[in-house]
Design a protein around this ligand. Structure first.
Ligand SMILES: [Zn+2]
Length: 436
């Protein structure tokens, strides 16, 4: 017992002697409070990961929500569960509110679901030394635990009491319920009344330096429908029979590649099918086609995504594509294109950059190294994009690991403590700055 106390005191002195000189007394207490919970935090993570919460397993998503809800209740948050319409087939969301009446308002975002549905061959939890492999360990239950441990540390030193904090853990981040306007209505409302939004998706390293995101590209797509005339193949290229739907599809795709590509813009035709008759089943993402080599193709379709960084870039791409589709058609063919947008783009802003600088400073002050801004092309779409139009948001405050969404998704265990220290200091500094 006595021995342990001495060891603890030595560690504390060693830390205060170096990096912690940059931290106030309260901030040093916050760091100590996070460190005290390192073992317990991993246990909380394990408890939440051992429940399958694939997006299409609402019972599992709600069960994980209950675990986190109990933690937030204990910290003095008012919590509630928001159900979605039954037709949406999603679990709903956990919302927590702390009205302290002072300082800036901060919104914290996490999600309860994972891409691993019931029956997945990936183990729920598999410890491997200083790492853990498992379902959603870094995307993003690790981030959820970081968020909770950061708040617990603030509460432990009395820094939560007067802070204005809202939290939303969505139950359908990986496969958003439709329509998305309904699924994210509550989040948008929260985004409109907050000063800052911090999202705890997995944190990436780039060139050996930890990063956070100030921009994320939209996620949407397009579908191309092309028509030709079914006729004997010997007449192909003739004015009467025309070129058929497949040559016209090739013309359009090649023109997209030659004329539409620009930095930060991508589109990937992931499925192309054509022939005399075609059909596509959305629920299984399966196409079927009937055709013969001696018949000119009558029908063709292409399914693609479309990712862009700003609304202007998206509009520019759509206009160029539309022009290519509706003019210069090969003889005997016609084409139409339809666009969809699921996640609005989150363009980079100065305010976002400044927020990452604050985050980076908190990390440096705690002796945990600087944090750079991540290139948006290195990150997919996420929930923070729904609030980005209304507030200053950053993402990537979560855990670190490899292979998110794959069979090898894993987590670097130490990144939980590191992330919680950084997040706690940032939230503390944001919420304590009294309006002047
Ligand atoms: Zn995620």
């Amino acid at each position: 017992m006595f021995k342990r106390a001495i060891a603890g005191a030595t560690v504390f002195l060693a830390l205060t002697g170096t990096a912690h000189a940059q931290l106030s007394e309260t901030e040093q207490q916050i760091v100590a409070a996070v460190r005290q919970r390192t073992t317990a935090a991993l246990e909380l993570l394990e408890k939440s990961v051992r429940i399958n919460s694939g997006t299409l397993n609402p019972d599992g998503v709600r069960a994980v929500g209950e675990i986190f809800r109990a933690e937030l209740d204990a910290l003095g948050f008012k919590t509630r569960w928001i159900d979605m319409p039954p037709a949406m087939k999603r679990a709903g969301h956990l919302v927590a509110t702390h009205e302290g009446g002072q300082g800036k308002r901060v919104l914290l975002l996490g999600h309860l679901d994972t891409v691993f549905e019931q029956g997945s061959a990936v183990p729920l939890w598999e410890r491997r030394g200083d790492r853990v492999r498992g379902q959603g360990v870094n995307d993003m239950k690790g981030g959820d635990v970081i968020l909770i441990e950061a708040l617990r540390a603030l509460q432990g030193v009395g820094a939560l009491e007067r802070a204005n904090i809202e939290i939303m853990f969505t139950g359908d981040e990986e496969r958003g319920g439709r329509p998305l306007q309904t699924a994210r209505a509550d989040m948008v409302a929260m985004g409109k009344r907050t000063d800052y939004a911090l999202s705890f998706e997995g944190s990436n390293k780039h060139d050996g330096v930890d990063t956070a995101s100030i921009a994320r590209r939209s996620s949407g797509g397009w579908t191309l429908h092309v028509k030709g005339k079914a006729a004997h193949s010997m007449g192909v290229f003739s004015p009467q029979s025309g070129y058929g739907a497949i040559y016209e599809t090739a013309r359009i795709l090649n023109a997209f590649r030659e004329q539409v590509i620009e930095p930060s813009l991508t589109f990937n035709p992931g499925l192309v099918f054509g022939g005399t008759t075609v059909s596509y089943a959305d629920d299984t993402a399966t196409a079927s086609a009937f055709g013969k080599s001696n018949v000119i193709a009558r029908d063709a379709q292409v399914l693609s995504d479309l990712r862009y960084l700003s609304p202007e870039q998206g509009e520019r791409a759509r206009q160029k594509m539309q022009a290519i589709v509706s003019s210069g058609n090969l003889p005997g063919t016609s084409a139409t294109i339809s666009f969809s947008e699921s996640y609005p783009p989150m363009p980079p802003t100065e305010a976002g950059r400044t927020l990452v600088e604050l985050y980076s400073k908190a990390s440096v002050d705690a002796g945990l190294g600087r944090i750079d801004v991540l290139d948006p092309s290195l990150r997919g779409a996420g929930d923070v994009q729904f609030v980005a139009p209304y507030t200053v948001g950053i993402d990537g405050l979560g855990a670190q690991g490899r292979g998110a969404h794959t069979d090898d998704e894993d987590l670097e265990i130490a990144s939980i403590e590191r992330g919680a220290i950084r997040a706690a200091l940032l939230i503390y500094r944001l919420t304590q700055a009294a309006p002047r």
